[in-house]
Design a protein around this ligand. Structure first.
Ligand code: DX5
Ligand code: ZN
Length: 221
């Protein structure tokens, strides 16, 4: 089984000192850094682009887990790869040629992820299971941090787990993860947990550490 990974989303960090925030959260125990890219078109919010990732890259060796909420996505994959992303996750809803996007990410030498909005059925994964390293189950409608976890996504996580069988695919969950919701998501089968406001809403590095430790403990039990 794959390890538990805590992936703070910098969407909830202080954007005026992002480099320091990323260093702090890694020193506080984060496993991956989750980077939420929003285009104001696929989702109703705008965040940041590849140049910000490139600027962050020298600040840490941590794994950069990029969640692209953009459409179209294919024209931008190379820019995100070159900016220093380690994995690139695309939305199945972002275009008609998911398999082509996945092939492109693989050819760029990055870990390949696919994600689904809460209302999109898991069947979208069936024919690409051998082409991916990560499945992201969105547990809120993407676009904003600080939303409530949608409980129906627990069954979806469990069904995804059954569907992947013994393939070494990471199951990530994103949206509304807190010390209260992480245990159920872990029990359902997720091993990578994105948390934005739960971690960065806490103030300083010492508080990030406490929160990450509690999240990890609650995911393990
Ligand atoms: C939502 C983003 C999430 C978000 C999570 O569109 O994909 O990664 O930042 O934020 P919280 O943990 O606050 O729900
Ligand atoms: Zn995300």
């Amino acid at each position: 089984t794959l390890p538990i990974r805590i992936a703070p989303s910098v969407l909830a960090a202080d954007f005026s000192r992002l480099g320091e925030e990323v260093r702090d959260v890694v020193e506080a125990g984060a496993d991956w850094i989750h980077l939420d890219i929003m285009d104001g078109h696929f989702v109703p919010n705008i965040s940041f682009g590849p140049d910000v990732i490139k600027a962050l890259r020298p600040h840490t060796k941590a794994f950069f887990d990029c969640h692209l909420m953009i459409a179209p996505v294919d024209p931008y994959l190379e820019a995100f790869a070159k900016a220093g992303c380690d994995s690139i996750t695309v939305h199945a809803e972002a275009g008609p040629h998911l398999h082509r996007s996945l092939q492109t990410i693989r050819a760029l030498g990055k870990k390949v992820g696919v994600t689904l909005n809460p209302a999109t059925p898991l069947s979208v994964f069936e024919n690409v299971l051998d082409d991916i390293d990560l499945i992201l189950i969105m547990s809120v409608n993407p676009g904003f941090g600080g939303q409530k976890f949608i409980p129906a996504m627990l069954d979806k996580i469990a069904a995804a787990k059954a569907m992947i069988g013994d393939r070494p695919i990471e199951i990530q969950v994103d949206g509304g993860i807190t010390t209260d919701t992480i245990g159920a998501a872990a029990k359902a089968g997720a091993n990578v947990f994105v948390a934005g406001s739960a971690i960065f809403g806490k103030g300083d590095k010492a508080a990030y550490r406490t929160e990450i430790e509690t999240l990890r403990r609650n995911a393990e039990t």
